[in-house]
Design a protein around this ligand. Structure first.
Ligand code: ADP
Ligand code: NA
Length: 350
């Protein structure tokens, strides 16, 4: 039975937060039912912005623990660590030669992370999207669940796949390696598929609890700006109570959230956590003050997150178990990635 292939990754950099959970991990869990899924701890990505980590092995385990505690089944699907499969880096090198410098330097994430002193950013930070394209395409995956911030990188993945397919069209045909894919209206014989970003849902971009115009992020200096997956119930409650809001009651229509980014964010979080739409949430809470809505949001967030936090803590004590899952996942991923790389090397002429 054919099942679409899903790939996604999370960096082992610091605390996972509610944005990572709602924008990514929660979707990973839901997609297991009808897809073949590969979920990766992208440690090679984590050294692009920060080379030296306090405890990289511990951070890698904590992401794997978060995947499993959230409900990802590492037996039916694959959970592994990027650096265990050197084929990612090998394909990324080839993609570095396919992609153009101009494509990379236009990426907003590169501009944000490199800051003003761009000449001094690592070359890896510039080439990050090329490695991301390799992560996905080394499995020829077609579906990629991510938060809204990754949209531009996925467009670049499509551009890289397309340029490779066109540049090597004759070699692909000669080797008999192609698959028929549709680009626009035209079916073409290609090697790499066009990936489909899966960004929807009520919370594709969870915003900071302190400033509704900035995304919730691991690197925000204010811990009050985010809910971490490892926060206890009391901390979650404090952060939601202190979350910035406006003085008005909640509207009863989604249109009424326009120009109210903080209110919009909290309603989106509520909707995502309860698997409902914003419309449904406002049907229940429209006309209510934040003094009513916030305690309901606290209860909901704690009821969803605390079992995950508990399970994560348990798994992080059992390092041998998590390491064994990563090792087995790495072996399975490596076999699949090598199958692609054997063909890619031949297509190129190595
Ligand atoms: P971060 O952006 O927190 O450093 P990663 O780059 O590892 O973390 O991203 C992991 C996943 O979490 C990606 O799919 C990313 O799009 C998603 N993500 C990160 N921040 C948010 C957010 N504030 N809202 C929604 N999704 C997010
Ligand atoms: Na990100």
């Amino acid at each position: 039975e054919f099942k679409p292939l899903v790939f996604s990754g999370v960096q082992p950099t610091g605390n996972l937060h509610l944005g990572n959970y709602l924008g990514a991990i929660r979707k990973f869990v839901a997609l297991q039912e009808n897809n073949d899924c590969i979920y990766c701890v992208v440690d090679l990505h984590s050294i692009t912005a920060q080379l030296v980590h306090e405890d990289l092995p511990g951070q890698i385990r904590s992401i794997a623990a978060a995947f499993i505690a959230s409900g990802i089944d590492p037996e039916k699907h694959i959970v592994f660590n990027q650096s265990a499969v050197p084929q990612h880096a090998e394909l990324a090198w080839i993609f570095n030669c396919v992609a153009r410098i101009g494509w990379m330097s236009r990426m907003t994430q590169f501009k944000d992370k490199a800051g003003k002193d761009r000449e001094n950013a690592s070359l890896g930070l510039l080439a990050y999207p090329s490695l991301m394209a390799a992560d996905i395409l080394v499995y020829r995956a077609t579906h990629v669940p991510v938060g809204d911030d990754q949209k531009q990188h996925l467009e670049l993945t499509r551009d890289i796949a397309q340029k490779f397919n066109i540049d090597f069209m004759e070699h692909i045909r000669r080797g008999g390696y192609g698959i028929d894919i549709v680009v626009g209206e035209e079916p073409i014989h290609a090697y790499f598929p066009q990936v489909e970003p899966m960004i929807g849902g009520p919370a594709p971009r969870v915003m900071s609890l302190r400033d509704g115009t900035k995304k919730m992020s691991k690197s925000d200096p204010s811990d009050l700006s985010r809910i971490n997956l490892m926060d206890d119930a009391e901390t979650i409650s404090k952060k939601i109570r202190k979350a910035k809001t406006d003085p008005d009651a909640l509207p009863s229509e989604v249109d009424g959230l326009k120009g109210r980014p903080e209110a919009d964010n909290l309603v989106g979080i509520y909707a995502a956590l309860s698997d409902r739409t914003r419309e449904q949430v406002l049907a229940e809470f429209g006309g209510q003050q934040f003094s009513v809505f916030k305690p309901a949001l606290v209860d909901l967030a704690v009821s969803v997150l605390s079992p995950i936090t508990g399970e994560m803590r348990r798994l992080m004590e059992d390092t041998a178990h998590v390491d064994a899952i990563l090792r087995k996942g790495g072996e399975r991923a490596r076999a699949r990635a090598e199958k692609t790389m054997r063909e890619v090397r031949e297509i190129i002429g190595f």
